[in-house]
Structures are given as C-alpha cells and as structure tokens.
Design a protein around this ligand. Structure first.
Ligand code: ATP
Ligand code: MG
Length: 252
C-alpha cells in the first residue's frame, strides 16, 4: 500500500514545553487511521502540523511524497485543497445558512451560487440530511445535526484526506454511533483516507483500520484493531481499558 502521509521524527515545542518529541507514523492510502492519546498529548498540535498551520521544529511531514511544511502561501493553499476537516465543535458560521456553510470553499472559489447550492444539497443528502435543512441557520440545529453539516462541509470539495478531530465528543451514544457509521460510509463511497482523532474507544474500534497511540510526544504503539484490543503494552492496555491505575499517571 502507498503511504499518503509520512510523519517522520516530528518535534514541536512551545517555549520549554516539548509537545511532540520525535513522533513518526505512516498513514496508508484508503485506510482509516485512528490516533489515540490522552488530553494534552499533542494530537491536535500534530494535526495542525500536518495541515501546515504550524511549523515543526524538527523532522518532516510529507503528503503524497511532497513536503507539508515550509511551504509558500500558494503551495499551502494547494495542499489544503486535498484536505477535508471536521472540527471538534463543527465550527459553523451562524451568520450563514446551512448550505452556505457546506459550500463555503466552493463559494470562496467563486463557484456560481446555484451550482454551489446544488452540490451542498447533494453532500447534505450523503450525510442523511434533507434538502429543507439547507436554508436553516446552524443555530437551529442539534449537536448531531451540526456534526453532519460539518461533515458535509468537510467533503464538499471532494478531498483526498478527511481529518476528524474528536467527531463523537459531546454526542449521545446513539448519535455518536450514527456518526461512526457515516465515517465508514463516506470512507467507502469517497475512497479517501480518513484520520480520526478520538478518545472514544467504542468509536475507535468501530471505524479504525489502523490505530496509533501518542504518548509523551511519540507514537509508542501502532497496529490494527486486534493488536490494540489484545495489546500487552501496559500503556495501551490502560488507555484502552480506561483504567485510572497503571503506568500512565494523570494529574487533575
Ligand atoms: N499555540 C500553542 N501555544 C502554546 N502551547 C500550546 C499551543 N497549542 C497547544 N499547546 C500545548 O500543547 C499541548 C498539546 O495540546 P493539544 O491541543 O495537541 O492536545 P490534545 O492531545 O489535542 O488534547 P485533547 O485531547 O484535550 O484535545 C498542550 O499542553 C497545550 O497546552
Ligand atoms: Mg485536541
């Protein structure tokens, strides 16, 4: 299989705080890669490094064999067209209608409004939302619907790689599972690569092809679902089981 994202020995500090300390991971094309890690372990920072939104201090990240760091603005804009992103809080603009949110990138690219709306409605249907939702304001939606709209927006420009930052956080277990099913469905239909950052182990096991565990700034375990379910690694085991007792010490 071909590597689509190659994270090599990435280092990133903020002041004296070393967040990423030589993180390495290869993400294969057409797979769903889950990234696990405790709160504050650097998952979102790594994501921002991949998106080229923050520069790494050391190491490298490449996407389809091309560097994702140190790019000029135009090169960065080109890289971003490959990505779709579902933000944790869906990050919808309340001043715009649902369809304008979904078609945001298309409208920015000066696509004809009728055409952009037609595509937005098609993407809304893909995530199970009816066309009449298109005219609503995001403020009128429930949390689960907002996630779906965020998802429709993430896929609107047909990205090669979709990033999900904690897609099920804050949803009831049934709605969360509907989102899991959507992640799997979109993966199949769009044949894209999906990168899912989550704490939700049920979701992780359901959607993952590959899993990786970020701990103290490095990926200390990587493998398929089975290898994580049956892991002997005491760190992975503690995290997967959600056990307060073990080698990982959490201070609250
Ligand atoms: N711009 C920044 N400036 C300074 N410190 C930062 C910055 N961004 C992140 N950090 C620090 O980096 C660490 C990792 O943050 P990050 O948001 O990546 O954690 P996370 O693994 O995504 O956690 P969570 O699961 O809670 O979302 C945290 O200690 C955070 O305070
Ligand atoms: Mg985060």
């Amino acid at each position: 299989m071909a590597t689509v994202i190659d994270i090599k020995n990435v280092k990133k500090s903020f002041g004296k705080k070393e967040v990423l300390r030589g993180a390495s991971l290869k993400i294969e094309r057409g797979t769903t890669q889950v990234i696990l890690g405790g709160s504050g372990s650097g998952k979102s920072v790594l994501l921002k490094c991949i998106l080229g939104l923050i520069e790494v201090d050391g190491g490298s990240i490449s996407v389809n064999g091309k560097p994702a760091n140190g790019l000029k603005e135009t090169e960065h804009a080109e890289l971003m067209t490959m990505f779709g992103m579902l933000f944790q809080n869906a990050a919808l603009f309340d001043s715009m209608s649902v369809w304008e949110n979904v078609a945001f990138v298309l409208l920015q690219r000066k696509m004809d409004r009728d055409e952009a709306k037609r595509i937005a409605i098609k993407k809304l249907a893909m995530v199970g939302l009816r066309a009449d939702v298109a005219e609503l304001s995001p403020a009128e939606l429930s949390g689960g619907m907002r996630k779906r709209v965020g998802l429709a927006r993430a896929i609107c420009h047909e990205p090669e790689i979709i990033f999900y930052d904690e897609p099920t956080t804050g949803l009831d277990p049934i709605t969360a599972d509907v989102i899991n099913d959507l992640i799997i469905k979109l993966q199949k239909e769009l044949k894209c690569t999906s990168v899912v950052i989550t704490h939700d182990m049920h979701s992780a096991f359901k959607v993952a092809d590959r899993m990786a565990f970020l701990y103290q700034g490095q990926f200390i375990a990587e493998g398929d679902v089975k290898s994580f379910k049956n892991s002997d690694n005491p760190y992975v085991k503690q995290f997967v089981e959600g056990n307060a007792n073990g080698p990982i010490q959490v201070t609250v």
